[in-house]
Design a protein around this ligand. Structure first.
Ligand SMILES: Cc1cc2nc3c(=O)[nH]c(=O)nc-3n(C[C@H](O)[C@H](O)[C@H](O)COP(=O)(O)OP(=O)(O)OC[C@H]3O[C@@H](n4cnc5c(N)ncnc54)[C@H](O)[C@@H]3O)c2cc1C
Length: 344
């Protein structure tokens, strides 16, 4: 175990901002993870589990404890279509491999940055797919019982951007492997308007690889694919969750936005609720693409992505976050919930 001190966390995040970790270690095996946890227990210091840093906002003060970067590697195909993948594997790399082996179920999740271990945490989803549909089980270290256990999907309590790992039992489990059951020789699912439009007029039905490539192309257009050095990519992806509200609020929202009820974009959710695009609420509150607030701003290609325009501190990003939350709440009475995890 190679323990390091006072390591800047900014390079380990896609936002490229934030302070240092007092202690830092990369765990390449379950044994190293246990050794790291022992170190933290002996010193009575808190532990933060870091994956690819693509859903984080690290405070400028950093983390006064031990950051364990999950770097366990390896993909085992236990039977055709059933993949057991170590938590430190790059997610997009695994999607590419699954597609190359003609296994369906995650092709629309191409290009999402971060690690495999990060995917169950917020039930990663995009373009009509989410990992809850294909995860069979999650191997975790249980910090309460101090043992490794396999949690079947049913115990993970998956819902929209949520799971047992970021909600009810947040902080209890460290993910070391995830098993995905994919569909060998399955067909891609074109559930999303952007994807349907992309393939409209194509003669042949798209293959899994066609969908993988198309999703990455669409993501790239929106700055939702990490391209080193591009300002629009210094983000944590969509910064706010799409709020779910009672359907009878739509009339009031329309009046406040000065549009007709029919013009309020929304998608049916469970129990008579509707999901509103957070991006629409931002735009109707004056926060449009390319918005600038000091060194922070909004991506020129995607309204929901707050960005570090260069040299932004975490406080700069948080100030923009707070301006947006306050203005959307003032106009629409809806309190937006940020997606990234704030560290420190
Ligand atoms: C450009 C861009 C586009 C994005 N697009 C999408 C999208 O389309 N859909 C989507 O859902 N998300 C999207 N995201 C968000 C992000 O990529 C995902 O949430 C990703 O799964 C986070 O994984 P990570 O390894 O980077 O986790 P990190 O950011 O390192 O950590 C996030 C949280 O997960 C916890 N965590 C990480 N690994 C483990 C582990 N092994 N065990 C226990 N806890 C762990 C951390 O403690 C932290 O609380 C996007 C982000 C960016 C920057």
């Amino acid at each position: 175990m190679k323990l390091q001190e006072n390591i800047s966390l900014a390079p380990y995040t896609t936002f490229k901002s934030g302070g240092p970790a007092r202690w830092f270690v990369e765990a390449v095996s379950e044994q190293e993870l246990l050794a790291a946890l022992r170190f933290a227990r002996e010193r009575r210091i808190p532990v933060f589990v870091l994956g690819g840093g693509s859903n984080l906002l690290v405070s400028d003060a950093g983390f006064n404890g031990l950051v364990v970067r999950i770097a366990l590697k390896g993909v085992a195909e236990e039977e055709h279509g059933l993949f057991s993948v170590a938590a430190g594997e790059d997610w997009d790399g695994f999607v590419r491999r699954a597609v190359a082996e003609n296994c369906a179920g995650i092709e629309s999740l191409a290009g999402i940055p971060g690690t495999v271990g990060g995917t169950p945490v917020q039930n990663v989803g995009a373009y009509g797919q989410e990992v809850a549909e294909t995860i069979q089980s999650v191997r975790v270290f249980d910090l309460w019982s101090s043992e490794f256990v396999d949690l079947p999907r049913e115990e993970c309590e998956f819902s929209y951007r949520a799971s047992i790992f970021n909600k009810r039992l947040k902080g209890r489990y460290i993910v070391t492997r995830v098993a995905y059951r994919l569909v060998p020789e399955g067909l891609p699912r074109l559930a999303y308007a952007d994807l349907k439009t992309h393939f409209a007029g194509h003669q042949n039905a798209p293959t899994l690889l066609d969908v993988y490539d198309a999703v990455r192309e669409i993501r790239n257009r929106k700055g939702m694919l990490i391209v080193e050095g591009e300002m629009d990519c210094r983000s944590a992806g969509s910064f706010f969750k799409n709020p779910v509200v009672p359907a009878d609020m739509v009339g009031r929202i329309a009046a406040q936005a000065a549009v007709t009820e029919a013009d309020v974009p929304r998608y049916p959710a469970r129990d008579g609720l509707v999901k509103l695009p957070a991006a629409w609420l931002l735009e109707k509150s004056g926060f449009t693409k390319g918005f600038v607030q000091g060194k922070a701003g909004i991506s020129s290609r995607h309204t929901l992505a707050l960005i570090n325009r260069g040299g932004a501190s975490a406080a700069d990003v948080m100030a923009l976050r707070d301006s947006i939350v306050a203005e959307v709440e003032r106009r629409f009475g809806i309190r937006l919930e940020p997606e990234p995890v704030v560290v420190g």
